[in-house]
Design a protein around this ligand. Structure first.
Ligand code: PLP
Length: 451
């Protein structure tokens, strides 16, 4: 049972002292503090006001195995007793770190046989940023420094993460991106290709990458980075064939391909990794979130053997963090992957719950505010429109519809996110059919109330 917290006092202290991530501090103050989430089990979170809320976001796209896994608690406690910390700077390493690297390599497969550890998804992308530029210098092509990314991509909140990402509001704060990052259009059919043939639209979006490569000069381009499915951008599922085109373009110009699997990794799209779902082979794979199901902060960057062979010619790679390969986080991640394997959560997502969610979402298509529903595995989105059969925004210039409907969903017992005019969902991979139905029914009820 949860401890007996003084909720009103915690809210007061939250306003007085705590600066939350990605928030409007004045708004939190006006609200009298954030919602205090006290405990959770399975697919439900509980707040200090006594609400039990179905967690349609798996925390923040991460609690893949659900809440309340005692096994992970035991593993963490045992590892803390045995060895709470040691570093990988002093030509030292700990057993869970090595075993986790091996386990990740087993699931990434192919040439992705090497793993660099970090503590967050942003750091995993910082590692990509520095490793890729270092690699090209060692390869004798020092001009290859430019990264190509997409508008509306999310690659994290550090300087490199924001720069690689394509969120204009984030660029505006901190005068980013850093030089050497180019952004091209995203394969967002509903928002930007509506009315066009989706496959042709995907080809056009891939062609935009090639055009930019030619504009920048192929000899200057280091890598292309993309999320297999853009998560924070609004669960943007690329049209069929898009990734094959992107891969072919990268190979044509000898450009490294980076699949940011921070959300898509560990079963989310119905395979261990999103690039496996879409059938392409990246050279680097940053991952986080589902790696430990959020039980402890840890991330990894999987790297191909070809890149590592080049890095071996360069002496020390002077990059890394105190918590790179943290033994407790690594032990928990290893046990978490063990749960995903043992319970067949990847296969279940691919063959059972993913298709079930896709079918359930189609029930919303009859709603007059719904323009499109889409999903892959257990990642889903509902587009809110003002006029059936169009992609016209519901609130127009007055603001975004997503947050309005999101707030109604939360009131009705479902945590989802509202991104612009889209409701997105990413529930724990243990979600049941009944809970999927509840999720869809609550979204439908909330849309009714929003009318
Ligand atoms: N990359 C992707 C695709 C993400 O979705 C996120 C976070 O949502 C990140 C990177 C950054 O991860 P973190 O918040 O752990 O730094």
């Amino acid at each position: 049972m949860p401890r007996n917290y003084e909720i009103a006092e915690l809210k007061r202290l939250d306003v007085a002292h705590h600066l939350p991530a990605q928030q409007d501090y004045k708004l939190i103050e006006d609200m009298g503090g954030s919602r205090i989430v006290t405990h959770a089990e399975g697919c439900y979170i509980h707040d200090g006001d006594g609400n039990r809320i179905l967690d349609g976001m798996a925390g923040l796209w991460c609690v893949n195995v659900g809440y309340g896994r005692d096994e992970l608690v035991e593993v963490a406690a045992e590892q803390m007793r045995e060895l709470p910390f040691y570093n990988t700077f002093f030509k030292t390493v700990t057993p869970p770190t090595v075993l986790l690297a091996q386990k990740i390599a087993q699931h990434t497969g192919g040439k992705l046989q090497h793993v660099f550890f970090n503590a967050s998804g942003s750091e995993a992308n910082d590692t990509v940023f520095r490793m890729v530029r270092h690699y090209w210098k060692l390869k004798g092509e020092p001009k290859r420094t430019v990264f190509i990314s997409r508008w509306n991509a999310y690659h994290g909140s550090t300087v490199a993460g924001v720069s690689l990402g394509g969120m204009k509001a984030m660029h505006a704060q901190g005068d980013l991106p850093v030089p050497g990052v180019e952004h091209v259009r995203q394969p967002y059919w509903f928002g930007e290709g509506f009315g066009q043939d989706p496959v042709q639209f995907g080809k056009d979006c891939a062609a935009a990458i090639e055009e930019r490569i030619l504009a920048v000069g192929p000899e200057n381009v280091a890598a292309f980075i993309g999320e297999p499915v853009q998560g924070a951008g609004g669960v943007i599922i690329p049209p069929p064939g898009y990734w094959q085109e992107v891969e072919a373009i990268c190979r044509k110009y000898g450009i490294l391909l980076v699949a940011d699997e921070v959300i898509c990794g560990f079963g989310r799209t119905g395979q261990w990794f999103g690039h496996q779902t879409y059938g392409f082979t990246p050279d680097l794979v940053p991952m986080a979130k589902g790696l430990s199901s959020g039980y402890l902060p840890i991330s990894a960057t999987a790297v191909s053997s070809d890149i590592v062979e080049v890095l071996k010619t360069g002496g020390d790679f002077v990059h890394g963090f105190t918590y790179s390969g943290h033994p407790v986080a690594a032990a928990v991640a290893l046990a978490n992957i063990g749960i995903i394997e043992r319970e067949g959560l990847v296969e279940r997502t691919r063959e059972d719950t993913g298709p079930y969610l896709a079918r359930a979402l189609t029930r919303l298509l009859a709603h007059e505010l719904v323009g499109e529903v889409r999903s892959i595995g257990l990642l889903g989105a509902v587009e809110i429109v003002s006029k059936k059969g169009t992609n016209q925004r519901w609130l127009g210039a007055e603001g975004n519809a997503g947050p309005v409907v999101r707030d109604l969903c939360i009131k009705n017992g479902l945590m989802v996110r509202g991104i612009r005019d889209t409701i997105v969902m990413c529930p724990p991979l243990i979600i049941s059919h009944q809970q999927i139905d509840d999720m869809v029914d609550i979204i439908g009820k909330s849309l009714d109330e929003a009318l």
